[in-house]
Design a binder for this molecule. Sequence first.
Ligand code: NDP
Ligand code: MG
Length: 391
Amino acid sequence: SAVRTVTVLGATGSIGDSTMDLLRGARDRYQVEALTANSNVEGLAKLAKEFGARFAAIADPAKLSELKDALAGTRIECGAGESAIIEAAARPADWVMAAVSGAAGLKPALAAVDRGATVALANKECLVCAGDIFMERAKKAGACILPADSEHNALFQALASGNREELTRVIITASGGPFRTWAPADIEQATLEQALKHPNWSMGQKITIDSASMMNKGLEVIEASYLFALAPDEIDVLVHPQSIIHGMVEFSDRSVVAQLGTPDMRIPIAHCLGWPDRVVGPSAKLDLAKIGQLTFEAPDFQRFPGLRLAYEALRLGHGATTVYNAANEIAVAAFIAGKIKFGAIARLVEATMNDWIRSGNQPPLHSADDAISVDHIARNRAAALLPQIAL
Ligand code: NDP
Ligand code: MG
């Protein structure tokens, strides 16, 4: 079969690493067009050389000369700054992995969407920030959005066994994170080290903290709503500590179709890479006899208010999910910096959402720039509210 050109946005991250690993296993079938990173010049240059990329972009503008030095003697072009990341996404590649973390990934992902690429979307924050706009742009450009997030990838696969009109409900599973069984007072005081110990998945720092607060599941409820045009009450969350079933779809006849797999992001990424065909995934098979039991619990909206706030944001609409995401990004950064307690993450998100509702200024979002402007306002409000939340 023909060689496909691929671009990986966020190549040096956890999803980037899994993606490069799959590409490494089938070198003759893929030509890497562009790779990007935020500040990790060394990692980026190493990958660009290994895969013979045509273009490498670093978001930090101060790192351009370092990147040039690292690529000296090669034919790899390079650039720095946000515009270079967008250029990387805009260059012709059949398939783009969008794995920048945070709403910073929105513009680059849109640059790939606008030229009608097949986009494997890991970067859920960009969808939470500007979901309707993102999906409309994809439709207009004829871009194909393939969910790389494991739960949404599972839903995408399960949805193929019925018609959209026959769907009654989707269920996304959650491991429950490291604090699943913790008392509220202990969750409140949890340290960074404790929050970074995820029971099943190995991931980037931000999403690992989001998993501990269950904000990640909140972001995923919103992500599912935009991706599949679902109302909030059509999306259920089910705690499943083994992370083997990733998502389920219920149809009108009450058949429930699930996708299973070991907790390894290479599996949903391989699905995106191969779609509509199948490629070879990781070597380890799912061994259910060894796992023995799959267990389930209802989510606890009291101990994990981030989950409740996600449903509230979805019901509010008009930019509320943008605010939810922006405030959470500020809160997570503040928690990592030691400025707030773990329990204050959800409180800051709630305070920012309430502040935004009280302001009475909730214009409908018509463009990505509208969403980015709400994102900036919410970040500023969250930063302003931070000192009183920290008390
Ligand atoms: P990481 O933090 O491991 O990696 C993020 C990547 O994006 C790195 O390459 C980083 O570069 C780059 N980056 C960070 N900030 C910017 C910026 N402002 N501009 C340009 N590039 C930037 O994150 P993950 O791989 O864990 O997650 C990536 C996305 O995928 C997130 O949206 C996350 O929610 C989602 N996701 C992740 C899963 C996982 O298993 N990890 C599962 C499902 C979804 P550098 O290395 O230089 O810092
Ligand atoms: Mg997920």
